[in-house]
Write a protein that binds this ligand. Structure first.
Ligand code: ADP
Ligand code: MG
Length: 266
């Protein structure tokens, strides 16, 4: 059997029994003893080594670590893009305290989770090149079969909120990096997710644009959004409420943030 087929079968077995657990309604997500390894040939790399994390409603958390420390792996696991080897990733799916472990979800629950509950932002934007800014933001609502009028209202209001109402008809190639990243922020928000997961959202951007993107993140946090951002940029991480250090797949430290972005780049 091919590795791909084996993986599908394994995941099906794993996800045959989605059992709800109660969690504190104030918690968005709890991660317990998360382990993820990659095997190439004879060598195994432990990318995440028993990671534990709790994110409360409206919290902005930054995870910092150098290249190779496991940041993208963490986002991929929490974002339901990849499966960990072991551990739990329990989301407060109804925002009222009904917790479901993504590893135990059925395929249908898993797909719904990715589409509606998780807003992903990537370093390289990952926009569809043939779709306009408007269409890129609208797409998750189209897939979620949302009504046309609701789509129009939501997409327009989000593009306005992030200051891109003048760029609606632009293709990604007709926008700057900062503008493209703002489109992905709007796209991440469009189905009103439980949490925003961002992987090096300012990795490709200059200082001024980075400042603007961080200001948007802080506005979202102040409006009640929960955000987990991973970055190698220890300076910008200081704007988050909590900064957690990731070293070789382990959380090795935590400190308080809350600095203003203008102080950081003074
Ligand atoms: P970061 O985002 O912090 O740079 P990653 O999560 O991408 O770190 O990688 C963590 C470790 O896992 C690294 O040692 C990396 O080489 C390894 N790794 C990541 N993805 C894969 C993969 N698909 N196959 C094998 N090894 C991988
Ligand atoms: Mg990475």
């Amino acid at each position: 059997m091919s590795i791909e087929k084996k993986k599908v079968r394994m995941n099906k077995q794993r996800r045959a029994t989605a059992k709800a657990v109660r969690i504190d309604p104030d918690i968005v997500l709890t991660v317990k003893d998360l382990v993820k390894t990659y095997t190439i040939g004879n060598s195994t790399i432990t990318a995440l080594n028993k990671v534990n994390l709790t994110i409360r409603n409206g919290e902005f958390i930054a995870v910092v670590g150098p290249s190779g420390s496991g940041k993208t792996t963490l986002i991929n696991c929490l974002g339901a893009l990849d499966f960990p080897d072991s551990g739990e990733i329990i989301y407060n799916v109804d925002a009222k305290g009904m917790g479901l472990d993504i590893m135990q979800m059925t395929n249908k629950q898993h797909k719904k989770m990715r589409l509606n509950k998780i807003g992903l932002i990537f370093q390289f934007y990952n926009l569809f090149p043939i779709l306009t800014a408007y269409e890129n933001v609208e797409l998750p609502m189209v897939i979620a079969k949302k009504d046309t009028k609701l789509r129009e209202e939501k997409v327009k209001s989000l593009l306005k909120r992030i200051g891109l109402e003048e760029r609606m008809e632009h293709l990604p190639t007709q926008m700057s990096g900062g503008e493209q990243q703002r489109v992905t922020i709007a796209r991440a928000l469009v189905n009103e997710p439980l949490i925003i997961l961002a992987d090096e959202p300012t990795g490709e951007l200059d200082t001024e644009t980075t400042t603007n993107i961080m200001k948007i993140f802080l506005e979202l946090k102040n409006a009640g959004e929960s955000i987990l951002m991973v970055t190698h940029n220890v300076r910008i991480a200081e704007v988050a409420d909590r900064i957690i250090t990731l070293t070789d797949g382990k959380f090795t430290g935590e400190k308080k943030g809350g600095k203003s972005i203008d102080d950081i780049y003074k």
